[in-house]
Each structure stands twice: as structure tokens, then as C-alpha cells.
Design a protein around this ligand. Structure first.
Ligand SMILES: Nc1ncnc2c1ncn2[C@@H]1O[C@H](COP(=O)(O)OP(=O)(O)OP(=O)(O)O)[C@@H](O)[C@H]1O
Ligand SMILES: [Mg+2]
Length: 266
């Protein structure tokens, strides 16, 4: 559990760096030269209207999507590419697996495996992908389930849990990989307001532990509370970014002002 937290020796070393990223789906240009850094121990929130490219950026970060230009660095190591433009893809499968296991993702729809118990869900990747000892992983998985407040649900099936409990199980599953950073894609959007708060509490605890996180969210209060840095994406470009006090307290552009007032009205 130590490698996600900040190292006092070098607290601001970048875990993830993206420079000049371009991504298109066919003719549709979704990311038009995006640069972003997640320093160790920092929480970066990504906000913006629907379709602005937030999920795409997160998925490119994790190499779940190919991008056509720009660099992605993980702890200063650049992704190695083969091909160019529409044909560009990561060249080194082992590097992709290493990067992905170090950047655990939590999705809006939880994506738990329905045929496995909660404990099996949390243990699966460390045992099968990382080849870790089953006994050690089980102890860690049980600790993590207790940490997110569902220690008593280890032997339940996903369908027997509420949405908030399922999302907390998904967070425990992501943490069990002992990643260097966590990527959240709207982790509370599929939940009723009351269940959202259970998940918000867990995310705030993780932020308090200085874990490196990129958080895509429509919850402006959560972004304001947990972020060190907020990035406002508009039509595939970063329109404004800065500390939450600046972005939420003193937005500089009409676009951000419009987005924030529409968000508050919801
Ligand atoms: N697999 C895909 N194929 C084609 N177009 C896609 C694909 N995925 C996303 N897009 C398009 O890319 C654009 C950005 O989508 P993305 O999902 O990144 O937006 P978003 O900011 O996450 O939106 P939301 O807030 O609704 O989740 C949208 O116009 C979307 O329709
Ligand atoms: Mg999205």
C-alpha cells in the first residue's frame, strides 16, 4: 500500500505526463493536443461537458485507446509506439501491461464480474495478472474491503450489493493491484445521491492519503474538495486549468462560467 502515496523525498515527481495528445475516431477529432501532468500524491480533476473528451483522455492514458500523436509518459518512461497517425499503436505489449497494472481504473458502471464473489473480484487480477501469492492477496483484499466499509460482503455476489457497495468493491479491486495511480471515470454518476456519499467518502479518504489520482467527475463539490488541480476540457482542448479555488472561485472564461452555472443548476 505504500507505492501510491507520496514520497517525502520527491513529492512532485510526475507519475503521468501527457503532452500534445491527439485522438480522433475516424473524422471526429476528440482530443486536439492535450497536455496534462499528474504529480505524485496529487489529485487532478477533469471536468467538462458531455462529449468534451474526458473519458477518451482517461482511456488514452491507460492505453485502452490508441492516440494518433503526442506522448504519454509513466514515471518519465515514454510509451513506445509503432506506426504513425491512424496506424499508431503501442509497440511493446509488456510495457502496456506494466503501465496498465500501475494505473488502475474505476468505471462509472463498476464492471464487477458477476460470476465471482466480491472477494474473488478483488483478488483476481493480482493473482492472475501479477502472479502474486494467493494467501497474501486474500489478506490484502480483506483489509481493503474493510477499509471501504464492506468487510462483511466478501462472500456476497455483486448482484446482492447496492450500487454504492459495488462501486466501493470496484475501488477495493483497483487498490488491490497496488497501483501507482488511480483513474476514476465518473465513479458516482450511476448512483443515487445518498449512495454517492458513501463513495465520495472513500474517494476523500484516498485523497487524504495523498494517492495519485485523476478523477473525471460531474460532481463539482467533490472536485473542489479533493483536487490539487482542476482541468476544464472543452471540445477536446484544455480551456482553463488551475487550483480549485481559482477555477471555481474565479473562472476566467465565459465557457467555464457557463459550464459551472449549468452544473450548479442540476
Ligand atoms: N468508441 C468511439 N467511437 C466513436 N466515437 C466515440 C467513441 N468514444 C467516444 N466517441 C466520441 O468522442 C467524443 C468524446 O467522448 P467522451 O466519451 O470522451 O466524452 P466525455 O467528455 O467523457 O463525455 P461524458 O461526460 O458524456 O462521459 C464524443 O463525441 C463521443 O461521441
Ligand atoms: Mg465520459
Amino acid at each position: 500500500m505504500t507505492n501510491v502515496t507520496s514520497s517525502p523525498a520527491d513529492p512532485a515527481a510526475p507519475v503521468i505526463q501527457i503532452t500534445g495528445l491527439h485522438k480522433a475516431y475516424g473524422q471526429l477529432e476528440v482530443l486536439k493536443g492535450v497536455s496534462m501532468t499528474a504529480p505524485r500524491g496529487h489529485v487532478i480533476s477533469l471536468i467538462g461537458s458531455s462529449g468534451s473528451g474526458k473519458s477518451t483522455l482517461l482511456r488514452c492514458c491507460n492505453l485502452l485507446e490508441n492516440s494518433q500523436a503526442g506522448d504519454i509518459l509513466f514515471e518519465n518512461e515514454a510509451v513506445r509506439w509503432k506506426g504513425q497517425g491512424q496506424n499508431r499503436a503501442p509497440a511493446d505489449r509488456a510495457q502496456v501491461t506494466r503501465f496498465r497494472t500501475n494505473l488502475s481504473m474505476v468505471f462509472q458502471q463498476f464492471n464487477l464480474w458477476a460470476h465471482m464473489t466480491i472477494l474473488q473480484n478483488v483478488m483476481e487480477a493480482p493473482v492472475t495478472v501479477l502472479g502474486e501469492d494467493r494467501g497474501l492477496v486474500e489478506a490484502r483484499a480483506r483489509d481493503l474491503l474493510a477499509k471501504v466499509g464492506i468487510g462483511d460482503k466478501a462472500d456476497a455476489w455483486p448482484a446482492q450489493l447496492s450500487g454504492g457497495q459495488q462501486q466501493r468493491a470496484a475501488i477495493a479491486r483497483a487498490l488491490c493491484m497496488e497501483p501507482k495511480a488511480l483513474l476514476f471515470d465518473e465513479p458516482t454518476s450511476a448512483l443515487d445521491p445518498e449512495l454517492q456519499q458513501e463513495v465520495v467518502r472513500v474517494i476523500k479518504d484516498l485523497a487524504g492519503e495523498h494517492r495519485t489520482m485523476i478523477l473525471v467527475t460531474h460532481d463539482m463539490r467533490l472536485a473542489a474538495d479533493v483536487s490539487d488541480h482542476v482541468v476544464f476540457l472543452h471540445q477536446g482542448v484544455i480551456c482553463e486549468e488551475g487550483p480549485p479555488s481559482q477555477l471555481f472561485g474565479n473562472p476566467q472564461t465565459d465557457r467555464l462560467r457557463g459550464f459551472l452555472s449549468a452544473s450548479m443548476a442540476q
